[in-house]
Design a protein around this ligand. Structure first.
Ligand code: RP5
Length: 169
């Protein structure tokens, strides 16, 4: 039987999936069990509200919510749960994502939504934030995150070494 999901990845439309799948890939790389759902704050408000209300009882620990345009999904979900919610603004439409970014980030006091960047770093960072949150009480997961950061630093050090040797050749 597959592990029970700890992270719920939500998106407002399946048109968001090409971007949002980077969150799924990142969680998979860290061996964090997750589920993926399409639901909308506007088109399926009852489903989104029910999902968020039931998430804690189902054992989820973090929710990622991606949406574009008037991106209310993360905020609506945050209004219905005490779980941490990470909003992923999706670029597109006439305002090219600025609308989504502001809709996700400008939450009223009391209902926080952690907001990541527009673009492909957004879903990756949302997943990494989820890993960091879950890692707070999972030493093995935290160790994987340490290794990830070390690897990233080694890449930069390697790139610098290659640049220095080409400049000094
Ligand atoms: C938002 O509107 C979705 O999250 C998507 O980013 C955007 C466009 O949705 P579709 O018209 O492609 O379904 O609700």
């Amino acid at each position: 039987m597959p592990d029970k999901p700890l992270v719920g990845i939500l998106m407002g439309s399946d048109s968001d999936w090409p971007l949002v799948q980077k969150a799924a890939e990142t969680l998979k790389a860290f061996e964090v069990p997750f589920e993926v759902r399409v639901m909308s704050a506007h088109r399926t408000p009852d489903i989104a509200g029910a999902y968020a209300s039931e998430a804690e009882g189902r054992g989820l620990q973090v929710i990622l919510a991606a949406a574009g345009g008037a991106a209310h999904l993360a905020g609506v979900v945050a209004g219905h749960t005490v779980l941490p919610v990470i909003g992923i603004p999706v670029a597109g439409g006439a305002l090219n994502g600025l609308d989504a970014l502001l809709a996700v980030v400008q939450m009223p006091a009391g209902i926080p939504v952690a907001t990541v960047t527009l673009g492909s770093a957004g879903p990756v960072n949302a997943a990494l934030l989820a890993v960091q949150i879950l890692g707070g009480r999972d030493p093995a997961l935290r160790a994987r995150f340490h290794a990830y950061k070390t690897q990233m630093a080694e890449k930069v050090v390697g790139a610098d070494a290659r640049l220095q040797s080409s400049l000094n050749a």
